[in-house]
Ligand binder design. Structure first.
Ligand code: MN
Length: 148
């Protein structure tokens, strides 16, 4: 199961994102400012980070710089979540090392699409792990049947 860290200073937005993620089966951890986000990345090793741009202590761009400076975190997928609607922000975000961009209020379908796109590599082809697990279960079930 994939773990997603929500870094967002607004409690209502955090709760909304948590509900959307938990409804899709993700494990959720939270941070409410940029420094806390970096701490939580180290503590909880999320598979993906949803990163608000406007946050106290350290903004999303500052967090992003720290992440990409760290060789262990260089490949962590990070989605910007921002209300900034100014022209050029999308480019600035994508040029800062983010893997994608979600506008507030976050649309459930856009979020799902971005998570599928960014987490699919880590989880491998969606069919093969399940198939091998199923066949293991089959073998065990058959073995149990023979024993009877
Ligand atoms: Mn904010």
């Amino acid at each position: 199961m994939s773990k997603v860290l929500i870094a967002e200073d607004n409690a209502v937005n955090r709760e909304l994102l948590r509900e959307l993620l938990e409804a899709r089966g993700y494990t959720v951890v939270e941070a409410c400012d940029g420094q806390a986000a970096l701490h939580m990345i180290e503590q909880t090793q999320p598979d993906l980070l949803l990163l608000d741009i406007g946050m106290p202590v350290m903004d999303g761009f500052g967090v992003m710089r720290k992440i990409r400076e760290n060789p262990r975190l260089a490949t962590l997928p990070v989605l910007a979540v921002t209300a900034y609607a100014m022209q050029g922000d999308r480019e600035k975000i994508l040029n800062s090392g983010f893997n994608g961009y979600l506008s507030k209020p976050v649309n459930a379908r856009s979020l799902a699409q971005e998570l599928d796109r960014l987490l699919i590599k880590q989880e491998g082809p969606s069919t093969s792990p399940d198939q091998s697990r199923e066949s293991q279960l089959d073998t065990r079930t058959r073995a149990a049947g023979k024993g009877k």
